[in-house]
Design a protein around this ligand. Structure first.
Ligand SMILES: [Zn+2]
Length: 375
């Protein structure tokens, strides 16, 4: 590896968060374009479509709403880009969860249009980044697709997000908890971040702050979400899941947790019903074990994951019936060339990854027994 110490930090141009900010979407989007391709699935549209369309109309933004069909795949991006061309879209709005957002970013790039991201859950750190995670039409991880720029606008309405099921918030917390675990490992190894350079002090600080906020406020935010109320702790965790996690992973770096997540997508069966964050939670504990994290520190993570109902046993991950061959497939996918597992300071064999996956289950169950939780 050439020792080029070029530091790079990237981010969206504008981030707006608050209760009811959908009413301001027209104001912000009209600065980006006058003709919008609005990508939203039917469920999201039913919940909050009217609010958004009122706001766009009020600011004289024309829009064509197209239905997102569920997978952030090359085919879906091409299909929606064709619709955008038909309607001369100069701005693409992604309204929904992580995959709808990743699709919108791909469509905006194809159209050379501006991109506005309006997440309806705080379940991933997709909204702010200049990349999409591309899946096959069957939902298997294919690749990261990188863009020249981050979204122009990220607008997060906490009034909408607090109505989403708490499982989504917990998933976003898991994705955000991976941020510092992975970034600090990548930084230690002097690996490149997702922006193609070394981490700046700011990139690293964001990741560290993200973790601090989550350990202090994640459970309070989860409780607020269960009651569908917006509190300052809820606002802080939505920001940690979306802005801090998004900037922190992209300008800090990924490592083992996301590589193991990507490995899990190579399996078929019930694991596909788990969210991105749920699989990342398991991958994060596996990386912590590979990093030789001391018991007391490891248990702090285990405690938080369990309190949030995140799957950190093989049974909860729907892999209690998985064979060693299955786990090998996961490990081999996690260690593919170009995977972020190579950002760790140490080399790994598939066998070591399989052992780490099993160790997560062993340590999680031992901890549950210690604190009197049953599986
Ligand atoms: Zn993620």
């Amino acid at each position: 590896m050439p020792a080029i110490n070029e530091k790079v930090f990237i981010s969206p141009a504008r981030y707006v968060q608050g209760e009811g900010v959908t009413a301001r979407a027209g104001h912000y989007v009209s600065a980006l374009g006058k003709s919008a391709l609005l990508i939203a699935d039917d469920v999201v549209w039913k919940i909050a479509g009217e609010q958004l369309s009122e706001s766009l109309k009020g600011s004289e933004v024309r829009f064509e709403r197209v239905a997102f069909e569920g997978e952030a795949s090359t085919r879906e991006i091409e299909r929606l880009a064709d619709l955008g061309r038909e309607h001369d879209a100069d701005v693409v709005i992604g309204f929904g969860g992580g995959k709808a957002i990743d699709t919108a970013k791909g469509v905006a790039e194809q159209l050379n249009a501006a991109c506005a991201v309006l997440p309806t859950t705080a379940s991933t750190d997709a909204p702010t980044s200049a990349l999409s995670v591309i899946y096959s039409d069957d939902g298997e991880f294919e690749s990261y697709r990188f863009y020249d720029k981050n979204p122009n606008l990220v607008l997060v309405d906490t009034a909408i997000i607090c109505k989403a099921p708490p499982r989504f918030l917990a998933s976003g917390i898991a994705d955000a908890l991976a941020t510092w675990v992975e970034a600090r490992a990548a930084i230690r190894a002097n690996a490149n971040n997702m922006a193609g350079g070394k981490a700046t002090l700011l990139g690293a600080t964001i990741g560290e702050k993200c973790e601090e906020i989550l350990f202090e406020h994640a459970l309070l935010a989860y409780q607020a979400n269960e009651a569908q109320i917006v509190t300052p702790s809820f606002e802080a965790v939505v920001e940690a899941n979306t802005l801090l996690s998004g900037l922190g992973f992209e300008s800090g770096g990924l490592a083992g947790a996301h590589a193991i997540h990507n490995g899990f997508t190579a399996l078929h069966g019930e694991i596909h019903n788990l969210t991105h964050g749920e699989k990342v939670a398991y991958g994060t504990v596996a990386q912590l074990i590979l990093d030789q994290t001391p018991q007391a520190e490891l248990e702090e993570y285990l405690e938080l994951y369990l309190a949030l109902g995140l799957p950190i046993t093989l049974k909860a991950l729907k892999l209690d019936q998985a064979s060693d061959d299955d786990l090998y497939r996961v490990a081999e996918a996690a260690l593919k060339e170009g995977e972020s597992s190579h950002n760790l300071a140490y080399e790994l064999t598939p066998q070591q990854v399989v052992h780490a996956i099993k160790a997560v289950d062993v340590h999680a169950r031992a901890f549950m027994e210690k604190v009197g939780l049953s599986e």
